[in-house]
Ligand binder design. Structure first.
Ligand code: 9MR
Length: 357
């Protein structure tokens, strides 16, 4: 590789030059084949947006969207450049869709769904049955037959409206209690209908749409040994055993600065082994540390049935926990360091190729 020397060797440079050139070629091939070299690193970041990078492994990368922000140019530019899935942040909740009994308002959610469809983004429906953001006319029902009819009508009407447009529904959200019980939390649905309300909600959703994926969604179920995680796991196992239609489990992943628990990948893998897809559905991490974000994404990438990741907002200023700056874009819409770590972690692992000269 010492060119002046080669030149200086006159004739001997001829026959001896060829093996040297071949050796140089081999070195180049090794550089491609060995992970961690400059070539391999540039391969891992070859897509330039989150959605495109996730799509290379058949996954989606989505964000929560607020209808009221679609007119904000910075917001919608990032939304349509980076993401290939959306979840309406509040617009599909009961207090918006059916504020008074039997009167359905799909306007704000339709706006999000229309925008998403025109930009080729899939829509995750959030959420059909939840104890929160529930109008008082529902939470004050005390008669089981009335509540059953109201719940099923809400599910059927909403799922029908979005048939063919929503690829997955959070059918029931946050039905399990925090703490050590591993049981359902108290709610009007639990208190009036009993344990069977979750099963009934899933069966009703399936009757309305045979194609949409039906998910159970919750927070603080990322750590495998937690009682809440175990409670949800037992429910999903029971549903699968008895043929109750459940297709997926959403892990919200609202994390503190340290990010996911060490067992997160194990949790995802154990649920997936029950025969459901798993998804990270509301990701945000206090102060957005790069390693915590990368670890979260890697946990999903390492589980083949982890089919997608959604962050819970675009810019820090869009977040429900804005004071903790937990997202991938700053208030000005600039990419934060965590953005790059997510983009890199989303790259599919490649089998090294030996490129012969
Ligand atoms: O981000 C949502 C925020 O704008 C609402 O005020 C809040 C009301 O409860 O809901 C937030 O989203 C929640 C999601 O729907 C379910 N999981 C927890 C999320 C953060 O609170």
């Amino acid at each position: 590789m010492n060119l002046p020397n080669r030149r200086g060797h006159g004739r001997r440079g001829g026959p001896r030059g060829r093996p040297r050139a071949w050796a140089l070629g081999l070195l180049a091939a090794v550089a491609v084949a060995v992970p961690g070299t400059a070539n391999a690193m540039s391969d891992t970041t070859r897509a330039t947006t989150l959605g495109a990078q996730a799509a290379q492994s058949g996954r989606y990368f989505g964000t929560a969207v607020a209808a009221g922000k679609l007119g904000d140019a910075t917001y919608s530019t990032i939304l349509n450049r980076e993401f290939n899935a959306v979840t309406p942040e509040n617009e599909m909740k009961w207090d918006t869709i059916e504020r008074s009994r039997g009167s359905f308002n799909f306007g704000p959610a339709d706006q999000i769904v229309g925008q998403a469809t025109s930009h080729g983004q899939r829509v995750r429906g959030h959420t059909l049955v939840w104890h929160s953001q529930l109008p008082s006319w529902v939470s004050s029902i005390t008669d089981a037959n009335t509540l059953r009819g109201v719940m099923n009508n809400h599910i059927t009407t909403t799922v029908n409206h979005y048939k063919g447009k929503v690829f997955a529904w959070d059918v029931v959200n946050e039905a399990f209690a925090d703490g050590g019980s591993g049981q359902h939390r108290p709610s009007v649905f639990q208190n009036v209908l009993g344990n069977g309300f979750i099963e009934e909600a899933f069966r009703t959703a399936r009757a309305a749409d045979q194609s949409a994926k039906l998910c159970y969604n919750d927070y603080n179920i990322e750590n495998w040994s937690d009682a809440k995680t175990q409670g949800v796991y037992r429910m999903v196992r029971d549903f699968k055993t008895r043929g109750v239609p459940i297709d997926c489990v959403g892990f919200q992943a609202h994390f503190g600065t340290s990010g996911p628990p060490a067992s997160f990948q194990t949790t995802l893998a154990n649920f997936a082994a029950l025969g459901v897809d798993v998804q990270i559905t509301e990701l945000d991490i206090a102060q957005a540390p790069t390693t915590a974000y990368a670890n979260t994404v890697k946990a999903c990438m390492n589980v083949s049935r982890c089919t997608g990741i959604t962050v819970w907002g675009i810019r820090d200023s869009d977040s429900w926990r804005a004071g903790e700056n937990p997202l991938l874009f700053d208030r000005g819409g600039n990419k934060k360091p965590a953005y790059q770590s997510v983009l890199t972690a989303l790259a599919p692992s490649r089998t090294p190729r030996l490129v012969l000269p």
